[in-house]
Write a protein of this length. Structure first.
Length: 245
């Protein structure tokens, strides 16, 4: 029974570390978090978080009982589990001091190692998914002119979602403005727009929004939408089709 309790304690603290690590990765890849956490660099990042939590619990048990497997009551086990799980995460993300190099701040401490691994994970995930994302988005946006969808598509996608922030909408509006001013092929602009939008709402939502736009365009009922900037966020004004004027 004692061995089972100890095993459950270490399993619980390992789960805390894993959840924190996975949660951090998921927040960075909202368009397809499952693919992100499957990457081997992401697995390494998660394992480091798990090991940190387990080692912290081992240290707590050793310091307080002089025996890593010493007897504890239920309250102590729960307290040590939470302290080790979340305490280790705080230590990993801390820095002893920060150096200023040009315009960059360089952290010296455990957070520096974690940041290196996280940056490597970002690059690895991006490289693994870049080709797939580009090919899928090219198929999704086929025969769609940038000028026709640059406002309607984001507005429809954001309306389909419920938790898109004003900041995310403004960032995309700025990206659309930048794309509009770029001297590049209209089809490429459409693909870039789709990729930027998928970073916020996900590929599946973009696919669904494009399918809805294609359907309404076939029936000739889709209006022209004009983006009007405002302090509270972009406002879309609908202009009826010529047949309805």
């Amino acid at each position: 029974m004692r061995v089972l309790e100890i095993s459950l304690q270490y399993l619980a603290v390992a789960l805390i570390g894993a959840c924190v690590g996975i949660g951090e990765l998921v927040s960075r890849y909202q368009d397809n978090p499952y693919e992100a956490i499957r990457n081997r660099h992401a697995v390494l990042y998660t394992v480091i978080n798990v090991l940190a939590s387990v080692v912290a619990l081992l240290a707590l048990n050793t310091v307080n009982n002089q025996d890593p497997l010493g007897d504890q009551n239920a309250a102590h086990r729960i307290g040590y589990t939470l302290l080790a799980g979340f305490g280790a995460m705080s230590i990993l993300r801390s820095s002893a001091f920060t150096l200023r190099s040009g315009n960059n701040d360089i952290s010296i401490g455990p957070s520096a190692l974690l940041q290196i691994i996280l940056s490597a994970t970002d690059r690895a995930v991006d490289r693994a998914r870049a080709t797939v994302r580009a090919e899928r988005m090219a198929k999704t946006m086929k025969n769609l002119e940038f000028s026709q969808i640059s406002t309607a598509l984001p507005q429809l996608a954001f309306t389909m979602m419920q938790n898109v922030t004003t900041e995310e909408k403004l960032d995309l509006a700025n990206e659309i403005t930048r794309l509009r001013d770029q001297d590049m092929d209209a089809a490429m602009k459409s693909i870039c727009l789709g990729l930027a939008l998928s970073n916020i709402v996900g590929q599946s939502v973009v696919d669904a929004a494009v399918a809805a736009l294609r359907q309404t365009q076939k029936s000739g009922e889709v209006p022209t939408l004009t983006l009007i900037p405002s302090p509270s966020g972009p406002v879309v004004q609908a202009v009826p089709p010529a047949s309805q004027k």
